[in-house]
Design a protein around this ligand. Structure first.
Ligand SMILES: [Zn+2]
Length: 82
C-alpha cells in the first residue's frame, strides 16, 4: 500500500470517528428545562455526551450544534427577531 493510500485511510477513519461522535452529541443533548440528558435521563452532560465531546477536543475541533436539541421552548425561550 502506498503512503498516499495510508493518508486517505487515516482521513476516512477520522471522518468516521467524528461523524460517530457528532451523532452521539446529537442523541444526548442536555435539556434546558431540567438539566437531564434527553436520552439517558441522567444529569447532563451524560457520560456518552462527555465521551463524544472529548473526541472533538482531541482534534481541536468544534462539533455542530443541532438547533432546538435542548428543548428551549420548555423554558419559554424563543427566537427574538433581529
Ligand atoms: Zn445521554
Amino acid at each position: 500500500m502506498s503512503a498516499a493510500n495510508d493518508v486517505v485511510e487515516v482521513a476516512d477513519d477520522l471522518h468516521d470517528e467524528l461523524a460517530q461522535a457528532q451523532a452521539e452529541l446529537d442523541r444526548h443533548p442536555t435539556a434546558s428545562a431540567n438539566g437531564l440528558c434527553v436520552a439517558c435521563r441522567t444529569p447532563g452532560p451524560c457520560a456518552a455526551r462527555e465521551a463524544a465531546a472529548a473526541v472533538f477536543v482531541r482534534y481541536g475541533l468544534l462539533p455542530h450544534r443541532l438547533a432546538g436539541a435542548t428543548r428551549p421552548e420548555l423554558v419559554r425561550a424563543r427566537i427574538v427577531a433581529r
